[in-house]
Design a protein around this ligand. Structure first.
Ligand code: UD1
Length: 417
């Protein structure tokens, strides 16, 4: 098992290239199950979660090639329609094959993902959506089994905004008979990216990026070539790193439009942000100011950036409050940050952070993907060495994070335990 060690106190400076978005690549790779030709995707990040979905596609009978940042998928002859527990338990987003499999093969059997460190994370909305499209759903032996001769278009209202829920139903509805309207749909850029790919395959989707998406079903889809959009959460994490270390970092290959809430909060914290197409420069010279954050669905402040901002707040002057409204248990990083000396109190959905100017390095444990990133960030400013254990969480979602930070001047290395 690996650990990442960071020696704090270095100012970050220079340029960093942003990778393709994991959360866009996962549904887009799953969407290749909807066609029997060869799809070619570029700018795919080389991450554990991507390898997990590739393994899942292969286990279904698809032919997959993954080389550098390019993935080819040919799902002409699918051998089975079952996503087994061994694969789904590694990555919850495996549920994204449910919609495409039912649409293409009229049947899917997918292991229930279960809860995870950040909350119960049910899939009731995915199932309700599929049932509305006419699928018969059965839950048995820890699996969801869905069948439908041909799905039929329907009006579907999501009680809660769900990103993968919207994506799953979108992929099911494109091959359904008739018109489907999704209301209270997720507006995240990753949903728009998926809809764009599906439209290029020949689907008829309108309204992606708004709360109402209309899908007119088509009889078949053709293969596509597409590039994955930049990862706004990786970009946001490097922007926080720049502000935190009073650095001067330019991000390349990123999309400013997807980072509105993050830029706004960084400016409130005292960072200067300059933008040109595909590039964002983040600098800080003055002190860090306290600020309050409430996580929301897009275009609100992303829950996936909450843990990273908590570190910034721990170093700011004054008291800050984070209100987490998306996941019920997303403060597990607090106890680890406290081990580094942060002063944080959690009360229900609020975390109250009393800022101060010093953290001190210690061994800490990564608990989930974004929590791990917050520990690396804390290590950048903690005095001495911070050792982050269970870095497999980090490897699920950040491509070569230690190499990228090292190039910016951080003292960081990976070691075996
Ligand atoms: C996706 C992202 C994840 C991000 C999250 C919120 C991917 C692969 N993952 O996760 O990084 O943190 O969006 O932006 O894209 N819910 C239900 N029933 C459901 C589905 C969801 O009650 O059937 C609830 C969840 O428990 C949560 C809320 O809805 O409280 C939002 O979750 P959702 O948007 O579905 O998150 P994911 O799609 O799993």
């Amino acid at each position: 098992m690996d650990k990442i060690c960071v020696e704090g106190g270095k100012r970050l400076e220079g340029q960093v290239g942003i990778s393709g978005a994991k959360n866009a690549a996962l549904p887009i790779l799953a969407s290749s199950l909807l066609t029997d030709g060869t799809c070619r995707f570029t700018n795919v990040p080389n991450l554990r979660d991507i390898h997990s979905i590739v393994q899942l596609l292969e286990s279904l009978g698809a032919y997959v090639e993954f080389e550098d940042d390019m993935v080819l998928v040919n799902a002409a002859s699918l051998a089975n329609s079952e996503a087994p527990y061994e694969l789904v338990r590694k990555m919850r987003a495996s549920i994204l094959v449910l919609g495409p499999l039912v649409a293409r093969l009229q049947h899917a059997r997918v292991s229930l993902p279960g809860g995870c460190a950040i909350g119960a994370r049910p899939i009731n909305l995915h199932l309700k959506g599929l049932a509305s499209l006419g699928a018969e759903i059965e839950l048995q032996h820890g699996y969801v089994e869905a069948r439908a001769k041909r799905l039929r278009g329907a009006e579907i209202y999501f009680d809660t905004v769900s990103v993968t829920g919207t994506e799953n139903i979108l992929m099911a509805a494109v091959l359904a008979e008739g018109v489907t309207v999704l209301r209270n749909a997720a507006r995240e850029p990753e949903v728009v990216a998926l809809a764009n790919v599906l439209n290029r395959m020949g689907a008829d989707i309108q309204g992606a990026g708004t709360a109402v998406i209309t899908i007119r079903g088509v009889d078949f889809l053709k293969p596509v070539e597409a590039a994955i959009i930049p990862d706004r959460i990786e970009a946001g994490t490097f922007m926080v790193a720049a502000a935190l270390t009073a650095g001067d970092v330019t991000l390349t290959g990123c999309e400013r439009e997807h980072l509105g809430a993050v830029c706004d909060k960084l400016q409130q914290a005292g960072a200067q942000i300059e933008q040109r197409p595909g590039r964002i420069r983040v600098r800080r010279e003055g002190p860090l100011a306290s600020l309050d954050i409430r996580t929301q669905t897009y275009p609100g402040f992303p829950t996936d950036m909450q843990a990273q901002f908590m570190v910034l707040m721990a170093m700011a002057n004054g008291q800050s409050i984070i209100t987490e409204t998306i996941f019920e248990n997303r403060f597990i990083h607090v106890s680890e940050l406290k081990r580094l000396g942060a002063d944080i109190v959690v009360s229900g959905e609020n975390a109250i952070i009393r800022g101060q100017t010093s953290l001190s390095g210690a061994p800490v444990m990564a608990t989930d993907l974004r929590a791990s990133a917050s520990l690396v960030l804390a290590g950048l400013v903690a005095e001495g060495v911070t050792e982050i254990h269970r870095v497999y969480h980090l490897d699920r979602g950040y491509e070569r994070i230690e190499a990228k930070l090292k190039k910016l001047g951080a003292s960081i290395w990976r070691a075996q335990i």
